[in-house]
Design a protein around this ligand. Structure first.
Ligand SMILES: N[C@@H](CCC(=O)N[C@@H](CS)C(=O)NCC(=O)O)C(=O)O
Length: 216
């Protein structure tokens, strides 16, 4: 190390948003390479991008010869290569709890509401927009209910008083996405409080979708 960090992303991609937050929290400089998820049938499927990332998803972090897909793999890499400031608590039990809630968002909620899944519902399966939105909200609320309860158990240790990091990098983009789909989040006061605290911080403001050069 150290070459220029390059982040392939899209302003509205919540997985890329996670990585922007982590990079900003660590104070790392990086260059963004926009990949438009809708234009040209989705530039994530273009041969040039597929050659870099056969998963055909954003984000992708490039650090010299190293290419890393999957936002949480990227967060783990950043944590190991640039340990200060940390994204994860020092205590192993708390680290596991942070990872557990973050993984719940990243593995249980986000994939079911991702662009290609929604496109498959409305395209191949012929589901109408109302049903698609019902699907979106169902998986969002199922996931956020579990996260809200998780925060209740660990409040004051994981969140709301801790330095933001790994968990917040996953939570804030998920809340952004939920608001974009007009989901009512009143049932999640801990999630909303945590999000509001984060959104007031410079690292989060600069990572926000609307602050990106490719925002439309
Ligand atoms: N689990 C992956 C999810 C990546 C992902 O789904 N990215 C979305 C944008 S948020 C994407 O590239 N979607 C393109 C598509 O659905 O075709 C990660 O955490 O990086």
């Amino acid at each position: 190390m150290n070459t220029e960090l390059k982040l392939y992303g899209y302003w509205r991609s919540s997985a890329a948003y996670r990585v922007r937050i982590a990079l900003n929290l660590k104070g790392l400089a990086y260059r963004q390479v926009p990949v438009h998820l809708v234009k040209d049938g989705g530039q994530q499927h273009a041969p040039e991008y597929r050659a870099l990332n056969p998963q055909q998803l954003l984000p992708l972090l490039v650090d010299g010869e190293t290419r890393i897909a999957q936002s949480l793999a990227i967060l783990e890499y950043l944590e190991e290569v640039f340990p200060v400031p940390p994204l994860l608590p020092a205590d192993p039990a708390l680290r596991a709890q942070v990872r557990s809630l973050a993984l719940h968002i990243a593995c249980e909620v986000h994939p079911l509401n991702n662009l290609r899944v929604l496109q498959y519902l409305t395209g191949e399966l012929g589901v109408d927009d109302a049903a698609k939105n019902t699907w979106y909200r169902h998986w969002l609320h199922t996931g956020l209910t579990a996260v809200e309860q998780g925060l209740a158990v660990f409040a004051g240790r994981l969140s709301l008083g801790e330095q933001p990091g790994y968990l917040e990098a996953c939570l804030v983009p998920q809340v952004y996405n939920a608001r974009r789909f007009n989901c009512d989040l009143d049932a999640y006061p801990r999630i909303l409080a945590m999000t509001a605290r984060c959104e007031a911080l410079e690292a989060f403001k600069q990572a926000a979708p609307e602050a990106q050069a490719d925002a439309q």
